[in-house]
Every structure is written in C-alpha cells, then in structure tokens.
Design a protein around this ligand. Structure first.
Ligand SMILES: Nc1nc2ncn(CCNC(CO)CO)c2c(=O)[nH]1
Length: 312
C-alpha cells in the first residue's frame, strides 16, 4: 500500500484514541539522541502518549538513548504539538521509507512545521562539544548515491516528482531562532549557536579520519546518521523545517599516525593512552554531552516556537 494510505491508517488510529478536545498538533518535534527531555515540558493537562509499537506501520527504534513514543499535548502556553521521543535510523536496518514514515503521519495530522534535533560530530574546528548548530543546508551522501526516501513511484498525494531543496531550511524560522537564542542563553554561558551544513552518513560506523577530512573539505560542518531523510520527506510534502545538531564530540580530523613516526617516543602510558583514546567517538560520550547540553537545546526550541506560534 502507498505511504499515503499507511499514514492515514496511523492517523485514524491516533485520532480514535486521542483525548476528546485535544487540538490537532501544529508542530512536530523529533527528539534525537539524549534529547528526549523536551517531552517532559509538555503540559500534563490533555497529554497523551503512544508507544511506536501501538501505532500502525511505525518503525521500532533499537538504539540505547532512544525510547520509542509519540507524545501529544501543549508546549509553552498554548502550542499544540506532537513529539517523537527516539527515532528509527537507517543503520538499524530500517528502509528510508520506514525511517521517514512518521513525517508523513505528521503531515496527515495537520502539522505544518517540523523541528528535528540530533547529536552530531563536529567537523568545523570553530565548534566546541556542547555547541548547538542550526542547520542551514545538508549533504545527503546516501541520497546522492540513490539510497533515497523518495526513490520509486512519486506519491502525488504528498508532493511533486522533482522537489527543489535549495531553500529547505526556512529562513524566517532561522531568524526567529537567533532572536530566541538571545532570550534564553545566560550571559556567562560559553555555549554557542552556529549555523552549518550537516553531512548524512549511513552509519553505523563513525567516519574514518580520511572520511572526516573529506566531509570537511566538501563543506560539511557536522556529521551524523539521521535527520536528513526526514527533512527531505518533510519538504516533499510542504512542511516548514527547522533542524538542530548538538555537537557531542569532535570528529577525528587528525592525520593517521604512521607506524614509523617517532610519535610515541618518550610518551608515558597515560599520554600513549590519550593518543589512542582521542581517536575514538563512543556512544556514551554522545549521550553524556547530550544530557549536559539538552537543557539549553530544549529552552532554545521552546522559546523559538513561542516566538513563532504565540506571537501571532
Ligand atoms: N564522528 C561522529 N560523531 C558523532 N556523534 C554523534 N553522531 C551521530 C550518530 N549518533 C549515533 C551514535 O552516536 C546514534 O544515533 C556522530 C557521527 O555520526 N559521527
């Protein structure tokens, strides 16, 4: 069956079980690694939660740090929202169609804006771990090679055959975010908000040093294994997009140590270990950085949405 029909099946299920009087969501938020805390800010009044397992055709995430539930309710004062806590990734073995299916459900629910958050590796040396990067473009490596959520017959109910993506990252929304950042970040905080380009890699391996250098040379500022397929499908069906990466580690750009170098001469065990350790990006490091910076990310997303939806 078409994604359109499957999305409508999921919407029929949700509409039949959502509490009476709950307003249809206007904004959807996809919470990435370790950023699920945003869902805790949804008002208890009128809140409803659904495990992905209970929603027709929803994929089940399998990565530590990714629960799997949809949370409906009010954000800020009065913004009707739906939040995805945890997401399915291509590297888990889901198809691009499955990974992006929730976006089509949001469209059919009446959502017009989607905010996506993720944890990513920093390629730009101006970035520090814990910084927030608002995406203003992407490099969809898998998509360029044909691993693409819109491959196959076009679903005309959602959008056109050849969608333009040159303005995928809504300029007005980005302006609102810069304004919101000034409102939420404390004067003494060292955390920075950047704008940058996200390179999507299929994963699950972290990039090699040579791959990191290649991505940087191609103009990517952060690298990750999610978000871009969802953005492509969101633009196909006409949703406004806002996306943020939390820099959870610096991708390894240092050249490969050569065996014949005097690199390790005179180094004690601790220094030796540090040299070896700095070459690894571990998942625990991602979650730890995510927890620490999640609060600022949550405040930024919330304030941005208040400025966009409550100032009207
Ligand atoms: N070098 C590098 N650092 C990163 N930190 C987070 N991610 C995004 C991938 N996140 C996975 C595993 O952490 C969980 O989805 C990456 C990445 O893809 N590459």
């Amino acid at each position: 069956t078409s994604a359109f029909d499957r999305a409508n099946e999921a919407v029929t299920f949700l509409r039949s079980s959502l509490p009476e009087g709950l307003q249809a969501p206007k904004v959807a938020i996809v919470c990435g690694s370790g950023l699920g805390g945003l869902a805790d800010t949804v008002h208890a009044e009128g809140r409803a939660e659904y495990d992905y397992a209970s929603i027709p055709h929803f994929p089940r995430p399998t990565v530590a740090g990714h629960a799997g539930k949809l949370v409906f309710g009010l954000l800020g004062q009065k913004i009707p929202a739906v939040l995805m806590v945890g997401r399915a990734h291509y590297y888990e073995g889901h198809s691009m169609d499955q990974v992006t299916f929730p976006i089509r459900v949001f469209k059919q629910l009446g959502v017009d804006t989607v905010v996506l958050t993720n944890a990513a590796g920093g390629l730009n040396s101006d970035y520090c771990v814990g910084d927030i990067v608002m995406l203003n473009d992407h490099i969809f490596l898998a998509g360029l090679a044909g691993v693409h959520p819109l491959r196959g017959p076009n679903e005309e109910d959602f959008g056109v055959r050849f969608p333009p993506l040159s303005d995928a990252y809504d300029l007005d929304l980005r302006r609102q975010v810069h304004q919101a950042w000034k409102q939420v970040i404390s004067a003494e905080s060292t955390r920075k908000l950047h704008e940058g380009v996200y390179a999507f890699v299929g994963g699950p391996t972290y990039e090699t040093r040579a791959e990191s250098r290649m991505l940087r040379m191609m103009g990517a500022d952060v690298v990750g294994m999610s978000t871009v397929p969802e953005i492509v499908v969101a633009r196909h069906c006409g949703l406004r997009v806002l996306a943020f990466s939390l820099v959870t580690n610096n991708a390894v750009l240092a050249p490969v140590p050569r065996g014949d170098e005097k690199l390790l001469q005179g180094k004690d065990a601790g220094e030796l270990n540090a040299i070896i350790e700095e070459g690894k990006a571990g998942h625990e490091e991602v979650l730890e950085a995510g927890r620490n910076a999640a609060l600022d990310m949550q405040k930024l997303v919330l304030q941005s949405l208040v400025n966009v939806f409550e100032q009207v």
